[in-house]
Design a protein around this ligand. Structure first.
Ligand SMILES: Nc1ncnc2c1ncn2[C@@H]1O[C@H](COP(=O)(O)OP(=O)(O)OP(=O)(O)O)[C@@H](O)[C@H]1O
Length: 237
């Protein structure tokens, strides 16, 4: 176990009734690392993320986040999903602060709106925003409680290609700035190779491949090599 690990996953298995979805998953994630999970649809990526988030419990094995065994939702962890899950009857600012009148909460919300480049949208309602803007609000909301671990469950999946690239860049700069440990689930092996320190392929219910990604590098060729290696592994029988 690495000393600077914030996530420990030990012998984790998950079954739904008789269906074995994940088996014997073992790995650690170091503080500040950006990990991307990729793999075929239905392979168990979201299940693993839900277990790490404490939204579900493993059938056997243990997950430790920030020194504590995960037994439910923890303050240390926040999740951002593919759908924004904003409350339509609340303004953007209230979606972040949950209508808190506390000055500190409202300042923190405004600071995060600045960070996601939505400073002028605090009083808008979600239906007045584009898909990309809504996902930026969802990102800001996930950061409100200053989590240590940010879990991103295919958050860019519904965005057009250009907005997706801008969001990749925004997420990369924010996780750098906030020194977050981040786990991203994506179907896009290039996105994984570009954003992550490590790309982990989940296949047949377990973690079959772990390769170094190209986080922070502009080396397109190296990024494509990682993406091709991961894709070949996933597609091989
Ligand atoms: N609550 C549940 N009850 C029963 N089966 C479930 C449940 N949640 C997930 N599964 C099953 O577990 C398997 C893994 O699902 P999961 O959503 O984790 O895969 P995934 O790799 O994230 O897929 P995708 O990339 O399509 O989102 C699937 O076969 C799915 O049907």
């Amino acid at each position: 176990m690495a000393d600077n690990s914030i996530v420990h996953i030990k012998n984790v298995t998950k079954k739904y009734d008789d269906k074995l979805v994940l088996h014997d998953i073992n790995f650690d994630i170091a503080q500040g690392d950006f990990i991307a999970f990729v793999g075929e649809s239905g392979g168990g990526k979201s299940t693993l993320l839900r277990l790490i988030a404490g939204l579900e419990l493993p059938t056997s094995g243990e997950i430790v986040v920030n020194g504590e065994a995960v037994q439910g939702l923890s303050q240390a962890t926040r999740v951002m999903f593919q759908d924004d899950r904003l409350l339509p009857w609340m303004t953007v600012l209230d979606n972040l602060s949950f209508q808190s009148r506390d000055k500190k909460d409202r300042e923190r919300a405004q600071e995060l709106l600045d960070l996601v480049q939505l400073h002028d949208f605090a009083n808008h309602f979600p239906n007045q925003l584009s898909g990309g803007q809504k996902q930026r609000v969802a990102l800001a909301r996930a950061l409100m409680s200053s989590p240590q671990l940010l879990l991103l469950d295919e958050p860019l999946g519904a965005l057009d290609a250009l907005t997706r690239i801008r969001m990749q860049e925004l997420i990369a700069s924010i996780v750098d700035r906030e020194q977050l440990t981040t786990i991203l689930i994506t179907h896009d092996v290039r996105e994984a190779a570009k954003m992550a320190d490590y790309v982990v392929a989940i296949k047949h219910g377990t973690t079959g491949l772990k390769v170094a990604g190209q986080r922070g590098s502009d080396d397109e060729v190296a990024m494509m090599q990682v993406a091709n290696q991961v894709q070949d592994f996933i597609l091989a029988d």
